[in-house]
Design a protein around this ligand. Structure first.
Ligand SMILES: *Cc1c(COP(=O)(O)O)cnc(C)c1O
Length: 545
């Protein structure tokens, strides 16, 4: 029998019955299967980065159409269709080659990158334990451990007194923060508490959570509530506006200054305009961004914080990206003023290098989450210490195990090495872009993100002196050139930078297409970045000269 026929024979015998089910529930089908599983798992667990290099994203570009044509079947098989080992082999031999090798040091386009190999071990153990943090009855010590990790990060951000942490680290009635799926839900949680505080219960009114937004506006004599954020705010904030019922058009964009940070004068003017507006308006929150998604710039947190504190406005800091910069002695000053925040979002799957996905939200006031508390008869009873009582989500994994272990393995100094490498490599990359005739740096890397564009000397030299009309037409040409460069480079499969468009106020007064690089992979070197620029220049020559 050839191996293929043998496989077919084995497949014919696959039936869903108790004996086959109890076998597959507990162990691999047979010794041969076990050997295959061990072979792959050994590669993944002990040679992760080699494994990814050799197996992931290694094929030529295949069109999405061709791929989707292979995924048209919509019936679920009734009887088992494949053995476990076949499924695993398929994943590694069929799926992985067409997936994206985000761990490649040439993949510098997004906030998703290589992770330390031990993260996979920690994730595996977390999955094996399968604790559910919605309640103590399904997590016990892990809920307690989680409170400790939350306090550690809270302390990194807010630096409250030793006494404060002693009082709250294991306090069953207060919460310093909360783990949640991602940064989007962390932002939503923060603004949910802000809304419920501003429109909370009072005499004759049960609060917005109970009575809804219409009744709340009536009770508080308001026409609308707004949230202020710079024009570089993450789009999750607009979702939040929709979900919280204030409307996403009331997430108001504040202009940025020439360094792409929230313009404080524009903020003060907006607050003033809102006071003068004939519509009766409450500001639910002002959001400062610690590392914008597009440019990595950090808003003037201290100034925004002071304005909020003076006006009794909730100050939220979206540090989904930049939060872990606080581990770096050298660069934590960039986030100066973050401790003035009422709430802070941090993503674990970004610069804490955790596997997908882990968001967190922290509150200065350990009672803030009371404003979103929910109870049920079978879990999260009144007075229980279940973490699910004050959370947007129900069941969830113990991501805290992974973060806590990683912090122990790396220490803040270990993380700082990664952060410093990212920032310093990005700065060296910016210098290289400035050195090259055919490139223009658009946003300087304050942290480890920068934007730039290919701007061939013959087009760029005329740009400064051009009339507004000519400027626009040259920028249109450049938009097209950069769009093509980004696409061709991605499709040729070696390197990846992303593409966005940035409103460049002073220089052009218009939105232009830019290339965007995010430097977080410790294996990404300046030489690699130079190669990426060389390839981009090459593409320009091939397509446009
Ligand atoms: C990534 C990011 C978010 C959203 O986080 P997700 O985890 O993708 O939901 C929000 N704000 C900023 C600044 C981000 O960089």
């Amino acid at each position: 029998m050839t191996p293929e026929i043998a496989k077919d024979e084995a497949r014919k015998q696959l039936v869903a019955n108790w004996s086959s089910l109890s076998r597959i529930f507990l162990s691999p089908e047979d010794d041969a299967s076990k050997d295959i599983l061990l072979k792959y798992m050994e590669q993944i667990l002990f040679g992760l980065h080699d494994f990814l290099r050799e197996n992931v994203g290694i094929t030529e570009e295949v069109s999405l159409k061709t791929l989707s044509d292979q995924f048209m079947e919509t019936r679920i098989c009734e009887h088992p269709e494949k053995m476990l080992t076949e499924v695993i082999t398929d994943l590694i031999e069929e799926i992985a080659p067409q997936a994206v090798n985000v761990a490649s040091p040439y993949f510098v386009g997004h906030m998703t990158s290589a992770i330390p190999f031990f993260m996979v071990h920690l994730k595996t153990i977390t999955a094996a334990l399968n604790q559910n943090l919605v309640k103590l009855e399904t997590s016990k010590i892990v809920s307690i451990l989680e409170k400790q990790v939350l306090a550690k990060l809270h302390r990194l951000i807010f630096k409250r007194s030793k006494q404060f942490y002693k009082e709250h680290v294991q306090n069953q009635t207060t919460m310093l923060g909360s783990f949640i799926d991602d940064g989007t839900l962390a932002n939503l949680t923060a603004l949910w508490t802000a809304r419920n505080t501003v429109l909370g219960p009072k005499a004759g009114f049960d609060g917005v959570e109970s009575e809804g937004i219409d009744a709340a506006y009536k009770a508080y004599s308001l026409d609308r509530c707004v949230v202020l954020v710079s024009r570089l705010g993450h789009y999750s904030l607009r979702k939040t506006g929709g979900i919280l019922g204030i409307g996403n058009k009331n997430i108001i964009e504040i202009e940025t200054d020439q360094d792409f940070r929230m313009d404080i004068n524009a903020l003060e003017k907006a607050i003033n305009d809102i006071e003068q507006d004939r519509r009766r308006t409450r500001i639910l929150a002002i959001v400062g961004i610690a590392g914008t998604t597009e440019t990595g710039t950090v808003d003037p947190l201290r100034k925004i914080g002071e304005i909020c504190n003076n006006n009794g406005i909730h100050f939220h800091v979206d540090a989904a990206w930049g939060g872990p910069t606080l581990t770096s002695e050298k660069y934590r000053g960039i986030l100066d003023g973050i401790e003035l925040a009422d709430s802070v979002t941090v993503d674990g799957h970004k610069q804490f290098y955790m596997p997908m996905s882990c968001g967190m939200v922290y509150f200065k006031d350990p009672c803030k989450l009371d404003s979103i508390a929910y109870h049920a008869r079978y879990v999260n009873r009144y007075g229980s210490a279940d973490l699910g009582r004050k959370s947007l989500v129900g069941s969830r994994e113990a991501a805290s195990i992974i973060l806590d272990s990683a912090l122990k393995i790396m220490g803040t100094k270990g993380y700082a090495l990664l952060i410093d490498h990212g920032i310093e490599t990005a700065r060296a990359f910016a210098a290289e872009i400035n050195r090259r005739m055919n490139f223009e740096l658009i946003t300087d890397p304050e942290l480890n993100i920068l934007t730039y564009r290919c701007c061939p000397a013959n087009l760029c030299n005329g740009l400064q002196s051009a009339s507004p009309h000519e400027k626009r037409s040259i920028n249109k040409k450049l938009d097209n050139i950069n769009t093509v460069i980004q696409r061709v480079q991605r499709e040729s499969g070696k390197s990846f930078v992303s593409r966005t468009s940035i409103f460049v106020e002073k220089k052009y007064n218009e939105e232009i297409v830019t290339l965007r690089a995010v430097i977080m992979n410790p294996m990404t070197t300046v030489d690699i970045l130079k190669e990426i620029l060389d390839e981009q220049e090459d593409i320009y020559r091939r397509f446009f000269l």
